[in-house]
Design a protein. Structure first.
Length: 345
């Protein structure tokens, strides 16, 4: 098995009385794109800054390619970082922004020219060498910031909300370009984001952080389809949570007034809105009746908010071509047994 590119072992960090990271351990493999996802205060940006050397861990180790880099200053670490603000030098041209790090490292001028030209060609910015950052669009500035970090060929690139300043349409397109760039260079990418869809679409693995701890780490499909905890289930895609109460016959009663026969007993289960379908009559198991409270059109379909017996509210995704039910209408809902994800916490 290949050695981890980045290994964090029991990293702990406090800011006064606030515990930002709580003995967090994590591995990133060579050439892997990892997204750090979590709410405000979860510790994701602090973790990135510790790897970059801008913050010092109080306990634990940071190993890059097997070497403990915890005592090295930022400039001595073979790591590059892209900030949300891009941090381009406004008085320098695109060429000199990209070349800046190479010049500081004493790279020969012909080699600088070759590598800068190669880097700009990777992101389609040939012919922009003489422009200043103020003459570029937001997406172009973001590309310059990326290749400025990659031109030194670091094994690991850290990205702090790199797409946060872009509008929705440009953000999606640039995100796909970012992933293509990562594949082309072979560098390991660790990206901080609060955007769930962005993390799921771009990353090989997603780390969900909660209060400085690692709530779950794995491929996007696993985290979405089989969340380990309520926090992960609700944070990624706003799953419906069914409380479980086991019966002697092995069935599980859920708080929504339905009966389940899940593959294994658990305190609760996650059920994604798109896994629920409308049926003529709700089955005795894997189904429930509800009443429509509200309906919103989302372009790719309808989002229905429904009220279940007992007061619980669920989200149900309906296809765009479905005839939307009227507010207050009674609905019969059903789902497949394999759509239930057991939650252990």
């Amino acid at each position: 098995m290949a050695e981890a590119l980045l290994r964090l072992e029991g990293v702990t960090k406090r800011f006064g009385a606030t515990l930002a990271l709580d003995a967090l351990s994590l591995e990133v493999m060579p050439g892997e794109f990892v997204a750090l996802l979590g709410g405000s205060g979860s510790g994701k940006s602090t973790l990135l800054r510790i790897v970059a050397g801008f913050e010092a861990a109080e306990a634990g180790r940071v190993l890059l390619q097997g070497r403990d880099i915890g005592a090295l200053p930022p400039h001595a670490r073979p790591v590059s970082m892209v900030f949300q603000s891009y941090a381009l030098f406004p008085h320098l041209t695109v060429f000199h922004n990209v070349a800046y790090g190479l010049r500081r490292d004493g790279v020969a001028r012909p080699e600088i020219a070759r590598r800068v030209a190669e880097a700009l060609a990777m992101v389609g910015l040939e012919g922009f060498e003489a422009r200043k950052p103020a003459q570029l669009s937001g997406g172009q500035r973001q590309r310059v910031a990326l290749v400025r970090s990659l031109v030194k060929r670091p094994p690991l690139l850290l990205l702090d909300e790199p797409l946060g300043a872009l509008d929705a349409g440009l953000r999606e397109r640039t995100g796909l370009e970012l992933r293509a760039l990562q594949r082309a260079t072979g560098a390991g990418f660790v990206m901080v984001t609060h955007d769930q869809a962005e993390a799921l679409a771009l990353a090989d693995r997603v780390a969900v952080l909660q209060e400085g701890r690692l709530a779950q780490y794995g491929p996007p499909q696993v985290l979405y389809e089989r969340p380990a905890t309520r926090h992960v289930a609700e944070f990624l895609g706003a799953a419906n949570i069914l409380e479980g109460r086991a019966r002697p016959d092995g069935a599980v009663e859920c708080g929504a007034g339905c009966l389940l026969r899940p593959p294994r007993a658990a305190p609760a289960y996650a059920l994604r809105p798109e896994r629920i379908r409308l049926v003529a009559q709700a089955p005795a198991e894997k189904g429930v009746t509800a009443r429509l409270k509200d309906l919103a059109y989302r372009g790719d379909g309808w989002l229905a908010m429904v009220a279940l017996p007992g007061g619980a509210e669920w989200r149900v995704a309906l296809p765009a071509d479905a005839a939307p039910p009227a507010p207050g209408a009674a609905l019969s809902l059903a789902w497949a047994a394999e759509s239930l994800a057991p939650l252990d916490a």
